[in-house]
Design a protein around this ligand. Sequence first.
Ligand code: AP5
Length: 218
Amino acid sequence: MNPNMILIGAPGSGKGTQSEKLIKQYSYGHISTGDLLRAEIAKASDLGKRVSSILAKGELVDDGTVMELMASRCDLNNNFYIFDGFPRNIAQANLLQNFLSTEQNNQMAIYLKVDIESVVKRISLRRVCKCGQVYSLASTPDAEKIACTKCGNAGTIIQRKDDMPEVVETRLKIFADTIEPMLEYYKSKQLLHVIDASLTEELVFKNISDLIDNFRIK
Ligand code: AP5
């Protein structure tokens, strides 16, 4: 049995990158509240119109909206999930805890710990396709010119609007203001594992996989 996985980390710490690998390896369902919100904005739904300017400013969407969006995409009876970018504060953590029926023995919280200088650099190098595929100019310097390796479309790989430096500053400030209570919350429930996310993608993945594999043989 896989644990439900709560991935916590600064913007650019690698939550999406690791989620993609974990989904392939362990058949997880993936709940990225950032992806869900961006999809609503892309289809110009009422919700999308309501939250568009909030994401553009790098602020947090209200807890009720993200909770509703998250819950509508989860089928806990039939799958295990990676919660990527949710929760972001204690109120959301409590909502998630209730949603997961407070069964702590089927959860694991992983904090992808990396210094702020590194995430600022990673974010400045990040490019994304409209289909959601993430690239880094560090490994794919011509990312903006190539056809997407996932959807095959050309001219669709761009910089996220909220990856502009002034917005990143706001996102990092919110992260700095909220992370400590979140870590305390999961530590007090003995669910917290800290992973050195400054390592290569492959090593970070190996270290998370080891945790999951140990959990599965318990
Ligand atoms: P969201 O999309 O969740 O953004 P985030 O949490 O800021 O995280 P990022 O997507 O920026 O980074 P990541 O950790 O996934 O890094 P990645 O793997 O891409 O949220 C966006 C917005 O939506 C929020 O600001 C808010 O407005 C709203 N929102 C979302 N959830 C919400 C919630 N719960 N409540 C309220 N509002 C919410 O990696 C980054 C780059 O680094 C990539 O280029 C990647 O290739 C590279 N990289 C990854 N790992 C490594 C490595 N080990 N070494 C070198 N490079 C690496």
